[in-house]
Design a protein around this ligand. Structure first.
Ligand code: THU
Length: 128
């Protein structure tokens, strides 16, 4: 699976975004080491704080299907921004070396290692 294919899946998912309050549509596509892809979009709520990001929708879908091991996540927004801090932390739960592909709506993208986006992170090892 190359990055372009994963980005294309995230773009498709972005079309499903429910973002009537922010008008900021986000799509994500998460590639598990099994080879399966799980998509997500942001889902907002009239009670704003209940909204959820596209990345976490994709991660929770995947984990609830039994996946625990991930290779990469593509996130598509208008300008290609990187995931929010909460989503970085949720991704980190499943591996520091997940590749994060931040793509814009024209298909341009940047690739980051999750560790780069969340240095000195708190993780499960800190609970020991
Ligand atoms: N959002 C995401 O889906 N992912 C991010 O990484 C950043 C923010 C969503 C949440 C909300 O629906 C909208 O974008 C504006 O914050």
């Amino acid at each position: 699976m190359d990055y372009e294919d994963l980005i294309a899946k995230a773009m498709e998912a972005r079309e499903k975004a429910h973002a009537p309050y922010s008008h900021f549509a986000v799509g994500a596509a998460l590639l598990a080491r099994s080879g399966r892809i799980y998509t997500g979009c942001n889902v907002e709520n009239a009670s704003y704080g209940l909204s959820i990001c596209a990345e976490r929708v994709a991660i929770f879908k995947a984990v609830s299907e039994g996946e625990r091991d991930f290779e990469a996540i593509a996130v598509v927004t208008e300008k290609g921004v990187t995931p929010c801090g909460a989503c970085r932390q949720v991704l980190l739960e499943f591996g520091e070396d997940i590749q994060v592909i931040a793509a814009d709506e024209t298909g341009g993208y940047r690739v980051f290692a999750l560790q780069e986006l969340l240095p000195e992170a708190f993780n499960s090892g800190d609970l020991e």
